[in-house]
Design a protein around this ligand. Sequence first.
Ligand code: EPS
Length: 357
Amino acid sequence: MSHNSFGKNLVFTSFGESHGSTIGCVIDGFPPGMHISAEEIKVELRRRATGQSRHTSQRKEKDDVQIVSGVFEGKTTGHPIALLIENTDARSKDYSDIATTFRPGHADYSYWHKYGIRDYRGGGRSSARETTMRVAAGALAKKWLKENHGVEIKAWLSQIGDIQLTKGDVSLIDSNPFFTGDVAKLPELEAFMDGLRKSGDSVGARIDAEAIGVPLGLGEPVYGKLDAELALAMMSINASKGVEIGAGFDSVSQKGSVHRDEIVGGEFQSNHAGGILAGITTGQPVTLSVAFKPTSSLRIPGRSENIHGEPIEVVTKGRHDPCVGIRATPIVEAMMALVIMDHILRHHAQTQSGKQS
Ligand code: EPS
C-alpha cells in the first residue's frame, strides 16, 4: 500500500492500524524553533477522541502521544518530528464474525479485492484511528500558523442528517459534543442521535471550516492550486464524499453578477470564491465544506457476500460511531492547517531570492 504521505515542503507520513500495537507519523520539513509539548498535542487529540460522549464510539484510548524525535529542550529542531501513540483498548474479537465478509459500504470490499489480504480488526488501515496522527500533526501546524502568520482555523458541524445548523457562536463550538455553535439545537441533536443509536443505524454529516488571516498569494496556478490540494486533503479523510470551496455547488445556479466578489475601496464585498481565485489566495478567509457519509458498521442486517462470493447477511457488533462526521471536525481543521502551512513554506521557497541577508 503506497502513498501514505502528503505535502511537498511539509511532508506528513502516517503509519499503523486500528488494532496494531502502535500508530505514528513523521512530519518532515517542520521549521526549527517552535515550542511544543506532548500536552499541547493532547489537547487537540482529546477533541477528536472516541468515548468523549455517548454519541461516538465507546472505545477508550488514552492517546498518550510521545514525541520521539525532532524536538529538543521543548523546541522543534528542524529535523523529522516523529510521534507515536500506543493502541491500548482494541477488542479484536468483536471483528471475528466479519473476518471473511464484506460490510456493505465499507472498505472491506475494495481492500480485499485490491490486496487479497485485509487486517479486518477494527478496519485496520481504513479505520478512523489513522486520523489521530493527522490531528497530532495538525496541532503543530495550527500553532505554527497562529504564531508566525496569525492564521486561525475553525471548523464546525453545519448539518447532521436533515438537521441544519447555523455557525452560531464560534466560542461555543468546543463546549458541546457536536462541535456546534448553534447551541439552541442541542436538545434536537441529542434526541436525534439517541434515537439513531437505538435503531442501530448511522447518519451523514456536513462540516464547514474557515481559515482566517491566510496571507494573499498562497497556491500554485496549475496542479498545485490551493483549493485542489485542500480538496485532496479533505477527500482523504475517512468517509468523506464531497468537498465544496466557497460557494461550491451553489455556484451552479448563481449568476456571474452575483458570484463575483466585487471590490470597493480595497474591500471585497462578498466571499463566494472562498478566499481562493485561480488556485491562489486573495487574503479573504478560506472557506470550505465537507460531506461525510453515514458509517457502514451497522447493527441493522444488510445483504452482502463473503470472500468466496457466497451471499450472506451482515450485522456489525462492537463499538462504532453512528455519525463519524461529528468527530471529523478537528480532523478537517488539522488537514486544513497542514495544507496551508505546506503552501506557506512552498511560497517562501518560490518567492524569496535565496540570498543570505
Ligand atoms: C472504528 C471502530 C471503532 C472506533 C474507531 C473506528 O474501533 P473499535 O472497533 O476498535 O472499537 O473506535 O475509531 C477509533 C478508535 C479512533 O480513535 O478514531 C471504525 O469502524 O472505523
